[in-house]
Design a protein around this ligand. Structure first.
Ligand code: TEU
Ligand code: CA
Length: 599
């Protein structure tokens, strides 16, 4: 069972290296910068650090386009810097996992250069190539093999005259999809993974791993279910259809993942594998993460962050959302765990807007702190493995940008063009969407202190940070929060400590309480040991108004048999006297959140 794994009570911290700490004043975060901040992570108490990609890359998608897997991009440092980071992290008891991006490479990778050069090269079939549509010569509009669009805008097909063929790219045209049907390609990927494991890393976060197997025919050619034609789905208003139904959770995914487990991880211990898995159902997630199937330790599923994103403008047209809307998704994730699998728990990463800006209240400093703690408590009290994205532990917020030219993310810039040109949104509407959901919201430099560049780089650096620092560094920064016992940072530290020290928090069964007031989220965690049963009751009011508590919550609270005292409260953003009043009157203050030990 996953409960026996070393990581069953672990907390993972994600670093986006570009934006974490710059050590040499070129405006870009780097490995030496990270190494210099490891003591901060040790103080916070995290067990594992996940580094977004630092490999050699033309940086079309900030490193998710890799041109050489077995070297560090000079922008981030050297292999020696990586070795030093690993050694220092391990000294502090922190494991390090790297991002593994093997659904695609950069178009500047040697494998792709060989593949595009000719149809007969050794690497000819390492990527996914198709002829132009019948009746077309190729390269002209309408000649693409089908109408699939790339997630980053435009067609998913790119014409290459040398081969007289198109290659397939689900992401940017500088990110051609690898052909996992090719066994030589798979062997090369596994050998690269072994090289990194042997170098001392502790595992991988696997980028869009759910997309590596596509629908294909018996010759391994990308084909629809009817075997002869590429599937052509109905197009959206931009003229493209999504490749997702035919390219996610494909027929050989389990086989590829088991093969990887055998080829890379068999005989190793103390590692962690987490797969990014858009398009995977709850049942399939349980299968993939159930240890008896030997695939992956856990997955990132996206249902909770994708809520309200299915209009014609996708996430860009998403309105205001409430965290309570994610309850059904968390129930699904907890079911995966109940059934013998495992789940990761996250509200932020480098692709999402800041969770606090999306779901919390940043209108006053008091509400910012209160709502950041309520969201953190709620997430961390689930069963699974919590992930903290850099700056989340400080309650960092979305970028404060007002102009398009302040953004750099290729998805943001491409989709601005595509959505406004197709008339799906006006430029004003799209700018509002970008302000809410652009990936750059999470990529602004880490706020270490209130100095000119927030401590991300030194004040006298000649080159400014690659992405503008948020002006609220003056109030939101690590230095201030580390000195304050009531800070968001101190609260995260306590949540992590609870997971390490309290078996019920790490391993207790999760059960939702039925509530009619949807703004209140309540669940229990129950753990049986030789000492008997321990039961925790988690209550959170997820809005900026008072909320009435349901009777089901009062009933669960009544198991305590008396009114609550300081010792019954494991953690809260409210003091015990205030809690007593609210729990007895049944009216919760805005964002009150608490874990009560009722048994
Ligand atoms: O993201 C995959 C993914 O599903 C994204 O399309 C995500 O949904 C989108 O960015 C949200 O707007 C992974 C990486 O996390 C992302 O940074 C990369 O750009 C992408 O893969 C391609 O490698
Ligand atoms: Ca640097």
């Amino acid at each position: 069972s996953p409960e026996n794994a070393w990581w069953s009570d672990a907390v993972v911290y994600q670093i986006y290296p570009r934006s974490f700490q710059d050590s040499n004043g070129d405006g870009i975060g780097d490995l030496r910068g990270i190494t210099s901040r490891l003591s901060y992570l040790a103080e916070l108490g995290v067990d594992v650090v996940w580094l977004s990609p630092v490999y050699q890359s033309p940086q079309d998608d900030n490193g998710y386009d890799i041109s050489n897997y077995q070297d560090i991009d000079p922008m981030f440092g050297t292999l020696a810097d990586m070795d030093e980071l690993l050694a220092k992290a391990h000294e502090l008891g922190i494991k390090v996992i790297m991002d593994l991006v093997v659904n695609h490479t950069s178009d500047e990778h040697a494998w792709f250069k060989a593949s595009r050069a000719s149809k007969t090269s050794d690497h000819a079939d390492w990527y996914i190539w198709e002829d132009p549509k019948t009746g077309f010569t190729g390269g002209e509009k309408g000649a693409e093999p089908n109408n699939w669009g790339s997630y980053f805008g435009g067609s998913a097909w790119q014409w290459v005259p040398e081969r007289g063929q198109y290659y397939f790219h689900q992401f940017s045209r500088k990110q051609p999809d690898l052909n996992w049907e090719n066994p030589d390609m798979r062997r090369a990927v596994f050998s690269m993974m072994n090289w990194w494991m042997d170098r001392g890393i502790d595992g991988f976060r696997m980028d869009v791993i759910s997309l590596i197997s596509k629908l294909h025919d018996e010759n391994g050619k990308l084909r629809g279910v009817n075997g002869s034609l590429l599937p052509e789905e109905p197009a959206g208003p931009d003229g493209f259809s999504s490749p997702s139904p035919d390219c996610s959770d494909g027929p050989r995914l389990d086989e590829f993942l088991s093969e990887m487990r055998c080829e890379v991880f068999a005989g190793r211990e103390g590692f962690l594998t987490v797969g990014e898995a858009p398009g995977i159902s709850g049942e399939r997630a349980e299968h993939i993460t159930n240890p008896k199937n030997g695939e992956l330790d856990m997955l990132f599923l996206f249902e909770h962050v994708d809520v309200n994103s299915d209009g014609p403008a996708g996430k860009w047209g998403r309105g205001i959302s409430h965290f309570a809307e994610t309850k059904p998704s968390f129930a699904k994730y907890e079911q995966i765990v109940k059934d013998g699998g495992w789940t990761s728990l996250f509200v932020s990463n480098h692709d999402q807007p800041r969770s606090l800006s999306r779901w919390g209240d940043t209108s006053t400093e008091e509400l910012r702190v209160r709502s950041a703690k309520a969201l953190a408590l709620t997430l961390h009290m689930h069963k699974g493995t919590p992930y903290i994205y850099q700056g989340e532990e400080l309650g960092m917020t979305n970028a404060d940008y007002t102009r398009l030219d302040q953004y750099q993310d290729l998805e943001t810039l491409n989709l601005y063009k595509q959505i406004t040109e197709a008339g799906i949104m006006t430029p004003e509407e799209m700018m509002a969407g970008i302000k809410r959901v652009s990936r750059d919201n999470a990529r602004t430099p880490m706020q270490w202190d209130d100095s000119k560049y927030a401590g991300f780089e030194s004040v006298d650096a000649v080159t400014a940070p690659w992405l503008e620092v948020n002006a609220n560094k003056a109030t939101i920064n690590a230095q201030a929060q580390m000195a304050d016992d009531n800070s968001v940072f101190a609260f995260y530290k306590k949540l992590i400590e609870l997971r390490h020290t309290n078996a019920t928090v790490a391993l207790g069964d999760w059960n939702a309480l039925e509530t009619t007031n949807e703004n209140v989220y309540a669940f229990t965690r129950t753990f049986h040991s030789e000492l008997g049963e321990e039961k925790l009751l988690v209550i959170a009011n997820l809005i900026s108004e008072e909320s009435e508590m349901d009777d089901s919550i009062s009933a669960a609270l009544a198991e305590l048999g008396r009114s609550i005292e300081q010792n019954d409260v494991l953690i809260s953003n409210e003091d015990v006297e205030a809690l007593k009043k609210q729990l007895e009157s049944g009216v919760l203050k805005p964002w009150t959140a608490v874990v009560v030990k009722v048994k």
